[in-house]
Ligand binder design. Structure first.
Ligand code: LLP
Length: 410
């Protein structure tokens, strides 16, 4: 990304106008970008029996979920909380899939009571579902023994990942299903998060199709999510969706020709929402300690944990409080937050525009796993979220918490 001072977020709205009205830090979403990403994925395959399940763990703001529903995506859920929010956003039960991990009997019952399709990811959870809902349908989450992802913490397939039923345990899963008259109508997998090349995903999809050949009751195959976005602007190429679609279509059509019609699902989270979100913040203090420049700001890892947790990279723009000539730091710069931990680092070892107290900041591509992973650590209330609508108007879609929210009175 060529560095220059910025003024507007998404090239649309003045940063200080938003901060003055809604406070700082602030999550801002762009409806146009969200709809664009939804449509790209809806059109991924030529194969007609195809659904996109948005993986809502990336962002569960109900107003964003409503837009995603309007764009004809379905959803997955990881918890009763996510199912609750999805139902609030207008998703009917058939459009929700519960892909839990180590869930309790009560949580499984929550989904069964609402007629929501359930994927289980261990033999133990399959037995539990058999007890809760004998005679029902079930999807099995398989661990194909291969994984991929941007950081070891987000690789969800493979021999050391906690997810999924090992392929060798399939015969046992069939036995358990038969014992409880459960019909295995689906298979799903998710090998990991953030791929920008297609090979591993397509190979894993082909393997899942292969497994389905031997299971005639299976009508739905869910290949999982993980589609990445180029966080490093201008340096990383976009995931080639056209190529991904073509390669997936090829393996699917070939399989269908020799087997039977089947419904295909994918389950992207990040790709849908990452780029439509940004965080606005303010520079609160600057200093140079022992030859290192520290820019202190109000975006700590309570607001965005990805850099601290995975050393993730987000582009940063600086908005000068008063117009001035462009200048850069030379040498290492640390952009840090307000949290009482030395790991509270938003960006390190990179060239950044020179900052002064009172400047504004834009953290780009923060729509996925941003607010969803935010916390009130150090007793800092959660920030507000606003939406820049397609008509250019700005709408508050979640109020900022207040100090009173930190201890709600009974
Ligand atoms: N399906 C399942 C079963 C998943 O576990 C996940 C993500 C997804 C779909 C969606 O993956 P996506 O398309 O968003 O890559 N907090 C991390 C990412 C954790 C992903 C966990 N599972 C981050 O900020 O990079």
């Amino acid at each position: 990304m060529t560095l220059a001072y910025a003024e507007k977020v998404f090239g649309k709205i003045n940063v200080f106008d938003l901060i003055n009205e809604f406070g700082s830090p602030l999550y801002v979403y762009d409806e146009e970008t969200l709809r664009l990403r939804c449509r790209e994925l809806r059109n991924l395959l030529k194969y007609p029996s195809f659904r996109v399940n948005y993986s809502a763990k990336a962002n569960t703001n109900v107003e964003l979920l409503k837009i995603i529903r309007e764009e004809d995506l379905d959803v997955d859920a990881m918890s009763p909380g996510e199912m609750y929010l999805e139902i609030k956003a207008g998703f009917t039960s058939e459009r929700i899939m519960f892909i839990g991990n180590n869930v309790s009997r009560e949580e499984m019952q929550f989904a069964v009571d609402r007629g929501i399709y359930i994927s289980v990811d261990s033999l133990s959870q399959l037995i539990l579902l058999g007890e809760v809902n004998p005679g029902g349908d079930v999807c099995l989450r398989l661990n194909p023994g291969i994984g991929a992802g941007h950081h070891e913490k987000v690789i969800t397939g493979g021999k050391k990942a906690k997810f999924g039923i090992a392929i060798g345990d399939l015969p046992q899963a069939q036995e358990i299903a038969a014992r409880y008259q459960l019909t295995i109508t689906g298979l799903n997998q998710h090998i990991g998060s953030l791929f920008l090349e297609t090979e591993e995903y397509v190979a894993a999809a082909a393997q899942l199709l292969e497994i389905a050949s031997a299971l005639p009751s299976v009508k739905i195959l869910d290949f999982g999510g993980g589609m990445g976005i180029p966080y490093r602007h201008g340096l990383e190429a976009r995931l080639d969706l056209e190529k991904l679609g073509r390669e997936l279509d090829e393996v699917i059509y070939n399989w269908v020709k020799n087997n039977r019609p089947i419904t295909i699902r994918i389950e992207p989270g990040r790709y849908v929402v990452a780029e439509c979100g940004a965080i606005l913040g303010m520079v609160t203090a600057v200093k140079n300690n022992y030859n290192t420049d520290f820019i202190g700001c109000d975006i700590g890892f309570n607001t965005l944990i990805r850099p601290a947790m995975y050393d993730s990279y987000h582009e940063i723009s600086v908005v000068p409080a008063q117009a001035r000539a462009y200048a850069e730091y030379d040498g290492d710069v640390y952009l840090v937050g307000q949290i009482c931990e030395s790991g509270d680092i938003l960006a390190h070892d990179r060239v950044l525009p020179l900052c002064r107290e009172g400047d504004g900041l834009i953290v780009h591509d923060a729509g996925a796993y941003g607010f969803a992973m935010a916390s009130t650590y150090n007793s800092r209330p959660l920030p507000a979220e606003v939406l820049i609508q397609c008509d250019g108007k700005v709408r508050l879609i979640r109020k900022a918490q207040t100090l009173e929210d930190l201890w709600p009175e009974k």
